[in-house]
Design a binder for this molecule. Sequence first.
Ligand code: BES
Ligand code: MN
Ligand code: ZN
Length: 524
Amino acid sequence: MKSTKVTVSKKQIHQYPGELLVAFIVQNEEGTPAGAGLLQPLLESLQQYKEFTGKAEEHILLYPPFVPLADGLSCRRLLLIGLGKIQAVADAGERNEAFRVAGGIIAAQCKTHKIEEAGVVLPGLAAAPDAESAEFLAEGILLGDYRFVKYKTRKKDEEDAYLGIKKIELLTDKNTVALRAGIARAESSALAACAARNMANEPANGWTPAHFAEYAENLVARGLKCTVLEKPELAEFGMGGIIAVNQGSETPPKLVILEYEPPGKSAETVLLVGKGLTFDSGGISLKPAQGMMDMKYDMCGGAAVITVMEVIAREKPDIRVVAMVPATDNMAGGGALKPGDVITHYGGLTAEIENTDAEGRLIVADALAYGIEKYQPDCVIDVATLTGAVVVALGHHYAGLLSNNDVLAERILAAGKYCGEPYWRLPMGEVYRKQIKSTIADMKNTGGKHGGAITAAEYLHQFTGKVPWAHLDIAGTAWDFTEKSYIPKGPSGFGVRTLITMLRQWEKGGFPRRNSEAGEKKSN
Ligand code: BES
Ligand code: MN
Ligand code: ZN
């Protein structure tokens, strides 16, 4: 994979000799733009024409001679980006997002003009520590500078020749430990999100359950423990959900497990489960042809939890993290699961299959049941492209959050705000659970037309019991996520940075061990 170097440089703004220099313009309370001292005369002349006001996301690319500039610059081009009235923004999440969006604009301009190296003048704002602006600018640049060219053989074509940014120099005289740590965090989270995007961009014939297993096994070298349960073991363990979904397929399923053990033994355990459905044809309840191609993305939850483990292995937080990816495709071969069939999940609960296209909950349920029993986690988070219904409810702008625990739900909402992956919590409860009652089994796998994202969560809830649990339904955000400068078309890597943010800022406590009512939502 291409790697982009982000370095810190003490060069002054007029000393940067490269292809592109980027500087930020903020607005004061009255809306007057201001930037680095040297740029002031230029800003004043731009103001005459009212073409650039410094509003957030506004940008202008200038070429020399930069006439009113007294000192002169040595760069070939100058990109000014507005940050608006960022000085007045008190919310860190909102500021982070402004920097990320600005970073995305830099990546887009580099792409348009095939620029491989750029100098970026850190804005040095009173409202935001330099480490923070550096972190999120770098994150936005790295997330925006993404392309998937693996299957393009004609790379030499004019259009494809540019392979992205090679080097970013952050110009600042404050090269502190905190600043470098911020850049390292940005590199780490962007790399993980881009790795998840790569997995998702792979076609279903290029990314099978075996590829998930292989990727996870490669992380053993980074100090993680990896276990892959193969089809015979899944059957023997009674994981009837995974086996059932896989029945119509020629490609064997896998349950991929990665464990991170922190240095201190007393740490809390977080279990992550990601839906790794490598292609969802719907099975016998076949999906319509139109848009079916997108169902290669149905493994985005699995991609998210596995790439997060890569970051965990690198950053070594003081928390035990276990990630599980139930992986299979959902096909309609001769042996396929049929509507009306009854399956038995890990642990013994039975389900009547009303629709073979509601398969995600079947594979995630087995993983939840097994993972909770085996790892006794303090809390569990599953990430899944689970329902079309969540897209109807929230569109492509928020992911659905469903939880039996207010403390956990609040942490996820906060992490989402901080990292620019927003969640909206949906209700749960007995009234919804009733919709998945079956006349002949413990439950059925669909709950009718209404409240589909919630009834799907209630299905999973049958397997989590009272363990603090949150379900992230990323069906609307895993690809075609809301338009932003640093989000490419196609898969977004959504969920990766939420989990990383949460685990980095892990607050101990909050989930008193087992069966305690603390934090449990009273209405459930
Ligand atoms: N993978 C789909 C959900 C999905 C749909 C994700 C659209 C992204 C975009 C899931 O397996 C599915 O097919 N769900 C069904 C459930 C229904 C049959 C109860 C759905 O949402 O239609
Ligand atoms: Mn489906
Ligand atoms: Zn699916």
